[in-house]
Design a binder for this molecule. Structure first.
Ligand SMILES: *[C@@H]1O[C@H](CO)[C@@H](O)[C@H](O)[C@H]1NC(C)=O
Ligand SMILES: *[C@@H]1O[C@H](CO)[C@@H](O)[C@H](O)[C@H]1NC(C)=O
Ligand SMILES: *[C@@H]1O[C@H](CO)[C@@H](O)[C@H](O)[C@H]1NC(C)=O
Ligand SMILES: *[C@@H]1O[C@H](CO)[C@@H](O)[C@H](O)[C@H]1NC(C)=O
Ligand SMILES: *[C@@H]1O[C@H](CO)[C@@H](O)[C@H](O)[C@H]1NC(C)=O
Length: 406
């Protein structure tokens, strides 16, 4: 039965490929490592179709293509990919989720920094053990990446004890990595500047809200105004390394020059990734409510609040987020880290890789890796580095990072 439905799908894919791709021959017109899935070809799976039961599976792959590949649902994704894209596994360690979040590209060093999983599967970190910040040097990459996996070395940074359970990062900001940490046990969550160069000294910018510790700080971005925006959520408690929460899950703004902190958005289940458009007028917030650490996953949580991602207008005077509206709902896992390109397309790390939507919220396609990606970052023009827990992938594409993307 499976083979019948796959054949039927393959037929439908090719029969529809002509018009949306607008080329003479379907397969010749597609770039390398890519598959076109016409939405009409999957709209009806039929009585014998293979239906998914769990959003936390390895993803929807109707063509059965071996990951990693580009899964195209809308011909406009070809503009993101360009004519000669590639997606390649560039680092891996099957026993260690060394590449979870906080991807930061430092152009001066041509290096990407990132944090290992804090408190989750294969993170090798818990209430008694800190997680680690690693680094890969992109100058170690061969010139012709083509999808054949390679494994470049990861260097661990030796950091001061003030950095505990890093979960997010952005920058460089004023020449430093801007890290956000979840804290560990009684040690407070914090926002800190870390020197990307040895001796990796750090300066903590914030570790409390008028005397109270945050729950476990999660993700961070710099707004074009120069202000720092960040999310606070309960995953430290849900992953057994932080006390029970003392505050709602919210989004805050820190003025790095005055030290002033204020809330800018609330009423989330679990606010997580954050990103702005290049002009700073729209904010995107991922809500990962469907995953709850020791409380488990729940894909039936209300789709209006917990699971989807939100778009907000950023008030030009107060920076409060307003006009909240649904932006997208990921079919796979939960959307976590978010980035925006120069065209305003929105990228989110999901259960099957990185999904990309237009500014209007139309799904263009996926960097399909068949496993969880919690975050990604542009590494300069036309390079996207994808964190995938025990692996890192690098995609060479046509899209470029918006000014305030990292
Ligand atoms: C579904 O499978 C049944 C049993 O094998 C078969 O009789 C039927 O024709 C199939 N239906 C379709 C639409 O392929
Ligand atoms: C892989 O991770 C383990 C920890 O689980 C570590 O001991 C080992 O050195 C790592 N391997 C490489 C090649 O980095
Ligand atoms: C990719 O490049 C590697 C190393 O140059 C080569 O061995 C491999 O055959 C290439 N694969 C493809 C699909 O071109
Ligand atoms: C690191 O130390 C140098 C030398 O004291 C200092 O100039 C720099 O500001 C420090 N960086 C951070 C992030 O603390
Ligand atoms: C999942 O969430 C729904 C809605 O909140 C709730 O009714 C249900 O009991 C939850 N299921 C589990 C297994 O916790």
């Amino acid at each position: 039965m499976l083979s019948i439905s796959v054949c039927a799908l393959a037929y439908a894919v090719f029969s529809f490929a002509k018009e949306p791709v607008r080329r003479d021959t379907e397969s010749a017109s597609l770039p390398p490592q890519s598959v076109f899935v016409d939405p009409r070809s999957i709209a009806v799976l039929g009585p014998n179709g293979t239906f998914r039961e769990n959003a936390f599976d390895s993803g929807f792959n109707p063509t059965g293509t071996e990951p990693p590949f580009f899964q195209i649902f809308d011909h406009r994704f070809l503009k993101v990919l360009g004519h000669a894209p590639s997606i390649t596994e560039i680092a891996s360690n099957s026993t260690f989720a060394f590449a979870h979040e906080a991807p930061i590209y430092d152009a001066a060093l041509d290096s990407v920094f990132f944090a290992s999983n804090d408190g989750g599967a294969l993170g090798n970190s818990d209430i008694n053990h800190n997680n680690q910040i690693g680094r890969i040097d992109l100058k170690n990459l061969p010139a012709n990446l083509n999808g054949t996996a390679i494994n470049i070395p990861v260097t661990e940074l030796d950091l001061p004890d003030s950095i505990q359970m890093t979960n997010g990062g952005t920058g460089p900001f004023r020449g430093n990595l801007l890290l956000i940490t979840s804290g560990r046990g009684p040690l407070p969550p914090s926002i800190a500047l870390v020197n990307p160069r040895s001796p990796h000294n750090a300066t903590v910018l914030l570790d409390n809200f008028f005397g109270r510790q945050f729950n476990s700080l999660n993700d961070i971005k710099i707004h074009p105004s120069g202000k720092i925006f960040f999310t606070d959520v309960v995953y430290g408690w849900l992953n057994h390394f932080r006390p029970a929460p003392l505050m709602p899950n919210q989004v805050y703004r820190l003025d790095p020059d005055t030290g002033a902190v204020r809330v800018v958005a609330t009423d989330f289940d679990k606010c997580n990734g954050i990103a702005f458009t290049g002009d700073g007028k729209i904010a995107y917030i991922a809500d990962t409510g469907a995953t709850a650490g020791f409380l488990g996953n729940n894909q039936t949580e209300p789709a209006t609040m917990q699971y989807p991602r939100y778009a907000f207008d950023v008030d030009p005077k107060t920076h409060v987020f307003k006009n909240r509206r649904i932006f997208a709902y990921s079919d796979s896992g939960v959307p976590d880290g978010v980035q925006v390109d120069t065209e305003g397309n929105v990228y989110a790390g999901c259960g099957d890789g990185v999904q990309v939507w237009t500014p209007a919220g139309d799904l263009l396609g996926k960097f399909f890796i068949g496993r969880v990606s919690s975050n990604m970052a542009f590494a300069g023009k036309g390079r996207l580095v994808i964190m995938a827990e025990t692996k890192i992938f690098l995609a060479e594409i046509a899209a470029n990072p918006s000014l305030f993307t990292s």
